[in-house]
Design a protein around this ligand. Structure first.
Ligand code: THU
Length: 268
């Protein structure tokens, strides 16, 4: 445990993460960092969409990664690279594992830590990938995806969705759907995994495996198709069909003629 000087190192780390933000439209990078009880931390960056309202905010991106990595319960502090906006404070306040409270304009901490003004000593970033054998075929990818269902946080829908992104270097990144009392802040499994790839500055995306526990016809929603088209246009998708053979598709087949916002980029 350490006293408040640790806050300056957390702030520095949050600043250094801003280079990972994907902000081609605003040019305004934001990063978040979630410090865990054991000192490890989880990054989260702003990932913009040409369809602006589909943008992943840094804080949400970080928190949904924590859920997918089964560490949401361990979050000791939320740090932003700039001051919290009022709605970001509300977002943290409504999370299930608190209570958390504002500690500084850019830091919220679990109330347990606020009383004695201490926080865990920050160590390394939590690794998002798992050291397992290569995914040989679609079935083995989908077998792995199905192990992720229990990580989904689905008190509203009871509809767990799991995604697994494989990058070109063979890393695999989990994603699950993460619900929130404000449905506008719910994030799908596919976008959760996509956001994590950016937060960790990982390599290009090769394949995405997707399974809906209670739906053998599961397919990415329109919002996820949009983000996939923007962030992983060359990738292949394997969709679980339960007792039937998995279905393969590509991002360009899922959303032909997608909006990329090229005209929006001319100003930058
Ligand atoms: N959901 C996904 O995770 N991915 C999709 O492509 C479709 C919908 C989630 C969001 C929400 O938690 C629940 O399924 C019902 O929409």
């Amino acid at each position: 445990m350490t006293h408040s000087p640790a806050f300056s190192s957390l702030r520095q780390t949050a600043q250094s993460l801003t280079t990972r933000a994907h902000v081609p439209f605003s040019g305004t990078p934001t990063a978040a960092l979630l410090l865990l009880d054991n000192g490890e931390w989880i990054p989260g960056v702003r990932v913009e969409s040409a369809s602006y309202s589909l943008t992943l905010p840094a804080l949400l991106n970080a928190f949904t990664t924590a859920v997918a990595l089964e560490r949401a319960v361990d979050v000791a502090a939320f740090v932003l690279s700039r001051p919290f906006r009022r709605e970001e404070g509300l977002y943290v306040e409504e999370l299930p594992h608190g209570p958390y409270e504002a500690w500084a304009e850019d830091i919220w901490i679990k109330s347990d830590y606020a009383a004695d003004e201490t926080l865990p000593v920050p160590t390394d970033a939590l690794a998002p990938t798992r050291e397992t054998d290569a995914i040989l075929d679609a079935e083995s990818g989908l077998d792995e995806v199905r192990t992720l269902f229990e990580r989904a946080y689905v008190p509203s829908s009871h509809f767990p969705v799991a995604a697994l992104i494989e990058t070109t270097d063979g890393s695999r990144i989990p994603g699950v759907n993460v619900e929130h009392p404000d449905w506008g802040r719910i994030l799908c499994a596919e976008r959760n995994a996509l956001g994590t790839v950016h937060s960790y500055a990982l390599n290009d995306i090769r394949r995405l495996f997707l399974s809906c526990k209670h739906d053998a016809d599961g397919t990415p929603c329109g919002a996820c198709r949009q983000l996939l088209a923007e962030l992983a246009p060359e990738s292949i998708l394997w969709m679980d069909r339960h007792d039937d053979a998995p279905a393969q598709t590509t991002v360009s087949d899922l959303l032909p003629g997608s909006f990329r916002g090229r005209a929006l980029l001319d100003d930058h």
